[in-house]
Design a protein around this ligand. Sequence first.
Ligand SMILES: [Zn+2]
Ligand SMILES: [Zn+2]
Length: 137
Amino acid sequence: MDSVSTRMTRQRQVILEELCRVKTHPTADDLFMMVRRRIPNISLGTIYRNLEKLVFMQEVRRLVSAGGQMRFDGNTQPHYHIRCVKCGRVDDVVLDYDSAVDKVLANRSGYDVIEHSLEFSGVCPACRVGRESEVSH
Ligand SMILES: [Zn+2]
Ligand SMILES: [Zn+2]
């Protein structure tokens, strides 16, 4: 029993380390590939279970957006994202989080505002190259 819970903790630790190492906002499948290099016998189910726990523990953010795959983020500070409409890639946006908006909304709504999220959409540099060569043909 004890060895099981210790192994769970190590798996969770490795998942968290791999997630925090990248800024690509990987899906559970991506993380499965990354973690398997270090824990070859890990299952996709174990990845999902531990991600759920990490989200619950607020060690990890889950990025959910309409029509997109669920992605995970090791950066738990509030920040904004941009998603490529062509390939689904998600990047952090170089724009400061505007906490003044939270205060304004708290005053106007009576809510205790925790944070807001903002997702831009666009065409990423890699996909833009493809599009531009299409146009010039
Ligand atoms: Zn793209
Ligand atoms: Zn992010």
